[in-house]
Design a protein around this ligand. Sequence first.
Ligand code: AMP
Length: 564
Amino acid sequence: MLVGIDLGTTHSLVSVWSDHGPRLIPNALGSVLTPSVVALDDAGQVLVGAAARERMRSHPRHAVATFKRYMGTDRLSMLGERSFRPEELSALVLKSLLADVEAETGERASEAVISVPAYFSDAQRKATRNAGTLAGITVERLVNEPTAAALAYGLEQRDGESRFLVIDLGGGTFDVSILELFEQVMEVHATAGDNFLGGEDFVDVLAQACCADLGLKKSQLGLADTVELCARMERLKCQLSQGGGSTELSINGRSHAWQIDEARFEQLAAPLLARMRDPIERVLRDARLGAAQLDEVILVGGASRMPMVSRLVTRMFGRLPLRHINPDEAIARGSAVMAGLKSRAAALDEVVMTDVCPYTLGIQTAERLPSGHVQQGIYSPIIERNTVVPTSRSGVYNPLADFSPVLKLRVYQGESVQVASNVFLGELEIELPQAKASEMPVEVRFTYDINGLIEVEATLLATRVKHRLMIQQNPGLLTPAEIAERLAALQHLKVHPRDDQANLAIIARAERLYEERSGSLRQQLAQWLTAFRGELESQEPLRIRAAQRRMQELLTQLEADSPF
Ligand code: AMP
């Protein structure tokens, strides 16, 4: 079975294509949003989702979140004694989603369409594909998140023609794309974004302001206080989307109260809003369109719920954005459409999809100036950004000097004229026969596949010898041997079975509240926990379900009655 997956920075969702359209699959707690958080419990067993998020607050050293930001790098996160790469943590989230699919449909998923930010680089895309391998599935397709969002909307107006601008502000990334739907063909015209701009940056703005107002130094807070501060600010940010906001928090053992209104929040976040303008203006320029030529502006991503984001878009485009599909769900729904397209579902038979590459790709060249001086480090683009994929383009280059023994090709992605400001992807060395430079032209061919993955091939035209650069030497990527090793290691990890998830989340929540509260509330929580554990021992599903409901109500009530 082929599933669609939105592997998000803060939440992940899984969906399948059904006869009635996209169907989102709930997790063991009945929610379609699974927090992208991985934790270890006291016994060293892995928790994923809501229970892990609770544990993050009570045991920050035993939980990791926002690892999507580090995909494509070799950054390690410690969980207890063990270190994990970002793709391993993503694989644990994927496994949890796949278990939900199996529980809900009775079928095991073997393949997936996974959405990635359009602005994800080659290394980040390959890391995502490797995460799929580590989770035991084949990643059939990587779909750009804004493309998926537009597919979810486009499906509703399949008979019309529309030009959409999709603005996706997620937890950690910002993506903008222009797409056109015309005679059942969905075509992406241009895409741009910022991989380091998302809802969390707005949380950070609140945290900085709160610390400044309360006379605290954020950099000097301990880990537990920082986690507590961020959790409070996250909640406050969502409250501010509904109007005013105030919070109480306990830092260094002291309680503090803090208030902020939406107007001040917008003022503080002005630099972030200004950063959102650049990619929006760039896609319009790249697609050679004016704001008036767009039919719809679509807002997706959880952080687009902030009213200041709709206001920015309304100011820029002179119209209200569309947001009737739940912004948390649009990408997952679109991924299911893509899965339906891939498996040739009858209802989607006539929809065709084209996408573009987000970055320019090229090689480093040097030029001999009239003075004889050689200028190094010049970028020579081969595939321009926003070219429709799949695509293959080539350029012909000669060595700089006669009788050079090798020609080094250094491959980059990016938009700057100086290679130093672009991202280095890999290097290819081609041995040259003894000859004059003019007799040794080398054809360099770049291929961008439909998933945005890159291959580079260089052909020495004199001998027709081909060299292939699979851009995998990046330290941020696992080699096939390392993948096999990590796969074996992951299989040895003890992961809580899906059936335990709801109970674990409740226990983790109660334990977190126990740590946060004091005095009689603690006694109360300890009693509830003992009673709840007692019910679990009964092993009677009906009793357990009733106990879960009761416990959730009690904890929600306690949180509401005593914010601190
Ligand atoms: P996503 O990656 O699309 O799941 O988006 C997650 C981001 O959306 C996180 O930074 C959340 O804090 C943010 N978010 C979710 N709901 C709201 C809300 N009501 N107001 C502001 N931000 C929100």
